[in-house]
Design a protein. Sequence first.
Length: 340
Amino acid sequence: MINYKELVFNDLKYNFLKTNEHLSNNIMLLTLGGSHSYGVAQEKSDLDIRGITLERPNEILGLDNLLKETKFEEYEDIETDTVIYSLRKIVLLLLNCNPNCIEILATNPEHILIMSKEGKLLRDNIGLFLSQKAAKSFGGYSTAQLRRLQNTLARDSYPQPEKEKHILKSVHVQMEHLKQHYTEFTGKEIKLYIDKSEKEDYDTEIFIDINLNHYPLRDLKNIYSEMSNIINDYGKLNKRNKKKSEQSLWKHSMHLIRLLLTGIEILEGKPVTTYRPEREFLLDIRNEKYTFDEIFEMVDKLEAKFLYAKENSPLPKEPDYNKVNELVMEINKRVIKNYD
């Protein structure tokens, strides 16, 4: 078995863990992230490190966390793919059931590099952060993976009318997201559809009908901008990055399935499982043992199961903010007490 602690702490690349003023003895939890934590690492997989660090007394009691120039939210080291969040920052992300952050609190014990008493207290109370918000967060992440996968496949090999259908599907997915962030609108007020095109290089193309009254101009501008970004992103693939894009398709497929499986379990009220028991199946996906038609068939079934889990979830609609507040206060009290 690999001794990850020796691997990390004996490597000079990770010296910032000991020398950075926000880290060092303030780190409450440090663990593996990415493919190693999911159980799908391969021989050449990079080592991702994720963690949480305590705010210092001056940041809890003083102005340092209020002033922009001194406020600390996270430390990132690109060379080692390390991200360490401040307690304040990660709690906000955990309250929204952010997948990347929830997983930090549920990694296997052998993947934990540092865990203080405060870190254990946070891990032991992971249930406080689990709510029906997981439907939006895990569903949103998996949708983004699916859109990336479908768009790349469509750009590479599908005829123009099929490509247009995939773009429209991506825009429709984004529209559901936009409805939650901008002034209310419906599919009748902003209608997107495919029809015959009069353009020389197109058989069909996407059209839009807009019928809005007394609608905020800035909201409409932002909606149009986000739709435009999808279309622009769709066309960015070129010969220079095509090979890399093809190689990443299988990885995207694997993580899409993994996110749906994890999200379903959480919505069903089961414990969070970062290290996936289906690791062999997930690795088979990554190693191209399934066709994309088979993968999309799996996704359709899992999305139906995800929707059922969402509609029948035993989880509360919102986390218990009072209990989370008490937990954060208890942790910060310990920081101040140790400082005294």
